[in-house]
Design a protein around this ligand. Structure first.
Ligand SMILES: NC(=O)c1ccc[n+]([C@@H]2O[C@H](COP(=O)([O-])OP(=O)(O)OC[C@H]3O[C@@H](n4cnc5c(N)ncnc54)[C@H](OP(=O)(O)O)[C@@H]3O)[C@@H](O)[C@H]2O)c1
Length: 236
């Protein structure tokens, strides 16, 4: 029996992705900072050891049969420049650790595991439009983490394609979760929708469909691709 490990499945995009994968008959090992059900493993990525413990627990629960990892968990917290130096640095490091370093750790564990098994496996990284477009003045760290995630993804795709280890990245624009809600409220709400030709933010289920496609269906030749989903608000 094979499993997909997906992070940040307690709500928003991750929860929708978990449902989409379950609907396809896939066994999903979920994750959140606190475990709410038996299928979810708790790991707070602000703790440097947490990703390793999550991987070990997921390996145990799956009997070593993890075929894909979805790096979805993320934090979007404002970090204003006028904070004290130490507050600003702490917030920078938290966001980088949660949004980028934990994804890198899990990707490394998975790649090494698949290599030991003789190859084959998929990574799906939920990055952001911010990787390309940048973000608000209080979100340098968020944009930097997502830009780093896209660069990491491309490195992985190029390095291990010949071993059947495939990597896909998704760069959503605003998506209708609590994360986007906080941002839209803080930046003037509906006015921001004027920037989105589609006239609305994405639904978590739309991003979940792309995650399931990448984890299960995307052709191998698409490895290294970055898939935008932003209502044409940022066309590149
Ligand atoms: N919503 C958007 O507009 C948008 C746009 C572009 C990209 N994205 C990206 O899409 C992904 C999912 O976003 P979302 O909107 O679904 O967010 P969300 O509703 O805020 O959910 C965030 C998820 O990440 C987990 N998480 C937060 N802090 C964590 C920590 N310290 N350690 C471990 N897990 C943690 C949360 O777990 P708990 O429930 O336990 O806190 C939750 O499952 C993120 O990577 C985000 O950057 C979102």
């Amino acid at each position: 029996m094979s499993f997909i490990l997906a992070t940040g499945t307690s709500r928003g995009i991750g929860q929708a992705a978990k449902s989409a994968l379950l609907e396809r008959g896939i066994n999903v090992i979920g994750h959140a900072t606190r475990a709410a059900d038996v299928d979810t493993i708790a790991a707070d990525f602000s703790n440097p050891g947490a990703a390793s413990l999550l991987w070990e627990e997921a390996m145990e629960r799956s009997g070593g049969e993890i075929t894909a990892v979805v790096n979805n968990a993320g934090l979007f917290e404002a970090n204003r420049l006028d904070r004290s130096d130490i507050e600003w640095l702490d917030a920078w490091e938290d966001t980088l650790r949660i949004n980028l370093t934990a994804a890198a750790q899990l990707s490394r564990f998975a790649v090494r595991h698949w290599q030991k098994q003789g190859g084959g496996g998929r990574l799906v990284h939920v990055a952001s439009r911010a990787a390309y477009r940048g973000d608000s003045p209080a979100h340098w760290h968020y944009a930097a983490a997502k830009g780093g995630m896209v660069a990491m993804h491309k490195s992985i795709a190029r390095a291990y394609a010949s071993e059947g280890i495939l990597s896909y990245a998704i760069t959503p624009g605003f998506t209708d979760t609590s994360m986007a809600g906080d941002y839209l409220d803080s930046r003037g709400g509906a006015g921001l929708l004027a920037d989105i030709p589609l006239g609305r933010v994405a639904q978590p289920e739309e991003i979940a469909r792309i995650i399931a496609f990448c984890a299960l269906d995307a052709p191998a030749s698409m490895t290294g691709a970055v898939i935008d989903a932003n209502g044409a608000s940022f066309v590149r």
